[in-house]
Design a binder for this molecule. Structure first.
Ligand SMILES: [Zn+2]
Length: 319
């Protein structure tokens, strides 16, 4: 089986879990929080036209080496990573050939990643190879300062284990049927534990997260209405504000527990923890505020690294 060394931690080789035929695998036991990959994006895309520009200055051409890497990316299901069949130079004509750039457009569509911390979708060579899991062991982020795609482990992995990310940002509230529909874009069927052995329990938790989010929004609107001067004028005391806050906190605490049970230690968990901390503070529990803010910071460091602007921003709020 062909395999290519990525760095001390990873190799790129064939993967049955990927629609692209390739995946990143650990070469040794690796601890959570470790940055296992840091690469320059080949392209940054602008929506909705899918137009792309080279990373070195807007509109500038990519280097020959980057062009070669782009040409090796699959342009759709059934087209494997060409890096696995040798590192021979590929004709760049294959990217910008007679088809009027259709292959380039497909390559971008098929390999681009959408990241919560990046303004635009991006295409990276190794990140394009990372397989999907609905309960991933890694988190992909974009560092604005260095303009790199960084891959951090949110769970420890064993030697030989595949590194996975979620191709979506909000699948914590989606049952398997919805995720399967969205994965049709890559034309593969996810076989992660959440989609197979743990399906019933996983679906129950994610449906519950979805329901709790909707309940949370309704409670928050009711709380805001209650706080308006009009409501006060009418002596609308049916539900005191602190009772709303208590209900909101209960709601969010349950969401946190479900996300942890699903193993979803991504950026979304840090947002929910910060939200919970906010409710704790409103109820006057400064200790619980601090505990949850610290946990959010710990997980954000794990997803984005300690020097990311979002991590530092959160650290400053706690200090
Ligand atoms: Zn899955």
């Amino acid at each position: 089986m062909a395999s290519v060394r990525v760095n001390d931690d990873l190799v790129l080789r064939e993967s049955s879990a990927s629609a692209k035929g390739a995946g990143l695998f650990a070469t040794r036991d690796l601890e959570r929080g470790r940055r296992v990959l840091c690469e320059d994006p080949l392209l940054e895309c602008s929506e909705p036209s899918q137009a792309a520009s080279g990373r070195r200055g807007d509109g500038s051409r990519l280097s020959d080496q980057d062009m070669q890497r782009l040409a090796r990316l699959p342009a759709g299901p059934g087209q494997p990573f060409q890096v696995l069949s040798g590192a021979a130079r590929l004709p760049l004509q294959s990217l910008f050939g007679d088809d009027g750039g259709a292959r380039l457009t497909n390559t971008i569509k098929y390999n681009q990643v959408r990241i919560a911390t990046a303004k635009r979708p991006m295409v990276g060579f190794y990140t394009a190879a990372t397989s999907h899991s609905c309960s991933p062991n890694a988190y992909l982020s974009h560092n604005e300062t260095t303009n790199t795609l960084d891959l951090y482990l949110v769970h420890g992995v064993k030697k030989g284990e595949e590194i996975t990310v979620s191709y979506f940002q909000d699948d914590y509230a989606c049952p398997q049927s919805v995720r399967a529909q969205r994965l049709q874009k890559w034309r593969f069927v996810c076989a992660c534990a959440c989609c197979t052995t743990n399906l019933a329990a996983s679906d129950a938790r994610r449906n519950e997260i979805k329901r709790l989010y909707s309940e949370h929004d309704q409670l928050d609107i009711a709380r805001l209405l209650h706080c308006t001067s009009l409501a006060r004028e009418w002596h609308w005391e049916a539900h005191r504000e602190d009772e709303y806050v208590w209900d909101l906190a209960t709601c969010v605490r349950t969401i946190i527990q479900h996300m942890k049970d699903e193993g979803l230690y991504g950026l979304a968990l840090t947002w929910v923890l910060v939200d919970y901390a906010k409710h704790c503070e409103k109820m006057g529990n400064r200790q619980l505020w601090r505990e949850n803010m610290r946990e959010a910071l710990q997980i954000r460091e794990m997803c984005l690294g300690p020097f990311h602007a979002s991590t530092r921003d959160l650290a400053n709020r706690i200090a």
